[in-house]
Design a protein around this ligand. Sequence first.
Ligand code: ATP
Length: 911
Amino acid sequence: MPELKIQQAVIEDVFHSLKTSRTGLSDAEGRRRLAEFGPNQVQRVQGRHWSRMLAAQFTHFFALTLWVATALAFFAEYRQPGEGMATLGLAIIGVIVINGLFSFWQEFKAERTLTALQKVLPHRVKTVRQGQVQEIPAAELVPGDLVVLAEGDDVPADCRIVEAFGMRVNTATITGESLPVEKTQHPAEGFELIHAPNVVLAGTSLVSGLGRGVVFATGMRTAFGAIARLTQAATEVQSPLQREIAFLSRIVAGLAVGLGVVFFLLGQRLGLSFWENLIFAVGIIVANVPEGLLPTVTLALAMASQRIAKRNALVRHLTAVEALGSATVICTDKTGTLTENRMSVQAAFLGAARVPAQELIAQAAHQPGIRQLMETALRCENVSERGNGAGPSTLLGDPMEVALVRMARAALPGQAEGHRADEIPFDADRKRMSVFYDGAGAGTLHTKGALETVLPLCTHLAQDGGTVTLTAERMTAFRAAEDEMARTGLRVLALAWRPLPEPIPRQQWECDLILQGLVGLEDPPRPEVAQAVRTCQEAGIRVIMATGDHPRTALAIGREIGLYGREDPVLITGDQVTRMSDAQLQLQLDAPHLLFARTAAGDKLRIVKALQAKRHVVAMTGDGVNDAPALKAADIGVAMGIAGTDVAREAADLVLLDDNFASIVAAVEEGRAVFANIRKFLTYILTSNIPEIVPYLVFVLLRVPLPLTIIQILAVDLGTDMIPALGLGAERPGPRLMRQPPRGYHRRLIDTALIARAYGFLGLLEAAVAMGAYFLALRDGGWSYGEALGKFDPLYLQATAACLAAIVVTQVANVYLCRSQRESAFTVPFASNPLIGIGVLVELALILLIVYTPPGHLIFGTAPVAAWAWGAALAGALLMFGLEEARKAMMRAWERRHPGAAPHATSGNHP
Ligand code: ATP
């Protein structure tokens, strides 16, 4: 109706004006409209353009420091030509360029990885096409599509509601209103579109209820599209780890500058020329500024999220990777995460005895009690059917309801499905749902849910085709039957009904019900979960089940997966949590085994907070709308990719693509590995700082020719060290990693142990080998102490080349030593990380180019290294290798004698 606004029109006119109907569009029409209207996507505001990302690499703090150094070098050349200052200036420009490009590449790759990961989980929506409910990507929705919406769904496009049951929508993203707004299908006068009670807009989400709506605007034409440009702030906050690295880089840079100044002053005291002195100082600064650290860490985190994705979990923020690595508790729900969520009805209880499912189906035709139970099973559901008319159709929806409908259809073939007039949808806090079924003067109400929420509503019990009063004794029999079914791990549901000849207000529906019986459904544990639980136990991670299900069912499943041994866990029900104070709850958490059952969503939030108050790092799973606050509060909110709602997914840090508990454990393992890896490459990079600084000390204090020039230092830091370091960042998690307790969340990345090992041990050994090679080469050429050598003296060039070669050879040994802080290098599978092998080959190729080719000689001030000097460097490297192996062996022996003082998960991820 063009003259009426969409919110004012009656439903039939809405259908008419959008050229659609209650059976939706045809597939062909859907495709045609897609071509005409374009995909239903809000164009993202462009992320940072690559050119800006690139420019940023040349203008940040470190780059600016280096530019100043370049200017100084050229100024020195101008004042005192012929000292090689111009070469140095050019070399520093080279450093800025190489480093900038490398950092850019790493950042670009990290960003691309994340964007690619976001796309793994396309947003899918249910829409009615050719009369059938189908699931299609949200991007393919077109105006005229009839979408099916349920609690927790994001509204995918602007829709006019045509059917609504208890629908409440969170419109905060559009209107800023924080309380959910009720929505209905009735025409409305006097409202703006965005406030109309019969319109739901893209970008909002259903807090409760369900319904259907006709799409009238998609993509950038939606109200959200119009404001999207304003609201999309592409902010990826820095994780604590990244912040720590940035902080650390600044400290090291500050130290480098301090060191430069000290050397400058020292040189002045010793009477060196001003310019020479200045250049040394600049060299020290350049050599020690850890330019590439932050991008390398970011890339390591991004690569870890890629590996996590391969193991079926999607990281939504890089921050989550490191939180995962330090998780101490995983709170998990049961249904679908620990179990398969493939349900089948096993048995029922109708008041006398347990009846197996096959018998129920067989007797439904003759026994009115069973028939009525089946009717409730058939009607009280939200299952939709997908199929093309040919062949068998599939049922979509809650697996428990699918199992009930399947059973009821087998029992009552050809049953007309009538008309569902209204509904109070399922809600995890009420733990039941009711459907009003309009049958031409013979209306009925059907309710199903947890026994304890249904029983108080019942006054009668169905028996032999009639009803009897539900006495206390009969209630007890039902509770006992529920208990017994739950003990064997079945999920138990109570079914009830009442005749409702006339429609009455919904508030009066759920009373005077007739209890029909209990149904027990089997949902087997996932096969891989038991192993994952064992892994957690070995890794010192507590697993706490927090389920909405019955305590006994939860206990039985917990036993099956090895969560509880002989001893019973401390059981806390949702009611008890509500009654406890925070302090009481916190005290309960000390029990070795815990089980939260019949929890409501609010309980989960309190559990998270109480665990965090005990300094735990908490991973919490959830799938419903009500779980969102708990997921946000948890250190790692985990949502289900298959069964979860959009709202839960958006609140989460990690989305499980297969809803499987084992995938959380895999993600934790990768999170631990990344932390250990970062420590490995830090050790590796920091080690070579010592053989770079010692030559200056020797030069200044012993007054010998400078053993290692600035350009040679740069060759190591930005050439030969680069790829092996990256290789260490990509190490796979080893078997030991999950046999150690979690590292403390607040444990720093760089601690004294790391510094002592890198600087105090490995670094000094490397420096000794390098200095040894230098002086041997000098002596071999007939040099004697006190003799001055010119900058271009062949003997000097040979000796500094020998020093550089020795550093590179010892760094090759070092990369293998750094693969584990604790274990022998021989226990780490040699070929398990090809990037390290490639890194070493590149490293060796570079040093050969530097010492044996004319351009290498020219740029780096080297001359060919004699064969014996290589031999000496190799001997030194082997000595260093042996000493570090001995140190590790001693450390292991010490740990065996002091088993309590086990190292943290960061000590290495290899056996
Ligand atoms: P978990 O929290 O481990 O996923 P759960 O699926 O049992 O377990 P909820 O979805 O909160 O947890 O359900 C709680 C209880 O509500 C169930 O044990 C069941 O008794 C009842 N229930 C669940 N789904 C339905 C439904 N579709 N209709 C009626 N009652 C239901």
